[in-house]
Design a protein around this ligand. Structure first.
Ligand code: ADP
Ligand code: MG
Length: 334
């Protein structure tokens, strides 16, 4: 079939699409009424509080259809929301998916997107319980609302960091930013770097292990670069911080492509976006326990700095001199 004669969304319409989605959704014990009614009905576990977060993904702002395979786009649309629940120490449970779709969008695209979304949902036992569907006159717009739960004493906020706490980060930084930078320049990107940009893994098990062991004092997921995101912890905790450039965890793929000079590392690993790693703070007395806990989860963890009582967040070069960084994470309006 030629692309021009391939079936499009216009053929099945809004309700055709909704029933196409709902037939692929498994049933879950904590969903009493799912897709189909005016509102869904869910059961919170006893003693738990509800965590809710919403995110928009817009074509040509957050993704390009030419770079993002629809299946991976579906996975990522939910992954970034699951990452927000993980960052609170929450257990992700329920999701709403709202779509604004160009009528000429091929059905195969939306089928793959939904398949990817539901695969990510199944991997994290998240139930798709509803959403909204409408047509778009320009690009594709995706909005995901996620809900999770956690007992009040286990919820981790950005506001709990204390002076002298260690600043930790999981995994490696800068891979997604480097991949995006290379795509924008039309360069060939290796599979491992591309994977970090197109198919991020939310660090749910690591986050739950940290909160269950009462190890972290504050936590955030790294979506706008660790400098900007640790900055949010600092602001809300009324503290500052000192980050060591030499200690930023860089992947072998990142090291292969970049000369590890301060400016490059800063641009990609400190200020680049979309790592979806966890940045958290913990008391220095917990160092060994943090390392042990993350080892059990199979997640790398690195100490990248220290919380200070003075309010500035500073960055130190490998040679010990201060790095003069005016740079910030990705900001939508500049
Ligand atoms: P209403 O007109 O009352 O808003 P809709 O026709 O928009 O109802 O939706 C009907 C049902 O389908 C609702 O349960 C809604 O949550 C669900 N739904 C609509 N769009 C989606 C979607 N993209 N993904 C999952 N569920 C959806
Ligand atoms: Mg509706």
């Amino acid at each position: 079939m030629t692309p021009s004669s391939a079936p499009t969304l216009a053929k099945i319409g809004e309700f055709g699409l909704i029933s196409r989605i709902s037939t692929c959704v498994p049933s879950y014990e904590n969903v009493i009424t799912g897709i189909g009614d005016d509102a869904s009905v869910t059961a919170l576990s006893p003693g738990m509080q509800l965590l809710t977060s919403t995110d928009m993904l817009l074509e040509d702002v957050h993704f390009r259809r030419s770079w993002h395979d629809p299946l991976l786009l579906g996975r990522k649309s939910l992954a970034v929301s699951i990452s927000d629940i993980a960052a609170m120490g929450g257990i992700p449970r329920w999701a709403l998916l709202s779509l604004a779709l160009p009528p000429a969008l091929p059905l195969a695209f939306i089928d793959d997107f939904v398949r990817g979304f539901l695969a990510m949902a199944t991997e994290h036992r998240v139930a798709l319980i509803g959403g909204d569907t409408c047509s778009s006159r320009s690009g594709l717009a995706i909005s995901v609302t996620i809900m999770g739960e956690q007992s009040p004493s286990r919820i981790l906020r950005r506001s709990g960091a204390k002076p002298d706490d260690d600043i930790w980060v999981t995994g490696t930084l800068g891979d997604a930013a480097l991949a995006l930078n290379m795509l924008e320049k039309g360069e060939t990107v290796s599979e491992d770097l591309l994977h970090r940009l197109l198919d991020p893994s939310p660090r749910v098990s690591a986050a739950l292990a940290l909160t269950e062991a009462c190890l972290a004092t504050a936590m955030i997921d790294v979506s706008d670069g660790v400098l900007a995101d640790y900055g949010h912890i600092a602001d809300l905790s009324s503290v500052g911080g000192c980050l060591n450039l030499a200690d930023l965890p860089l992947s072998p793929a990142f090291r292969k492509h970049m000369s590890a000079d301060s400016a490059t590392v800063c641009r990609m690993a400190l200020c680049g976006g979309e790592d979806y790693e966890l940045c958290f703070t913990a008391r220095p007395a917990m160092r060994e326990k943090v390392a042990e806990c993350m080892k059990k989860c199979g997640i790398a963890v690195t100490r990248i700095g220290i919380v200070t009582s003075s309010p500035e967040v500073t960055v130190v070069n490998p040679d010990g001199t201060p790095f003069n960084s005016q740079a910030e994470g990705f900001n939508h309006f500049t």
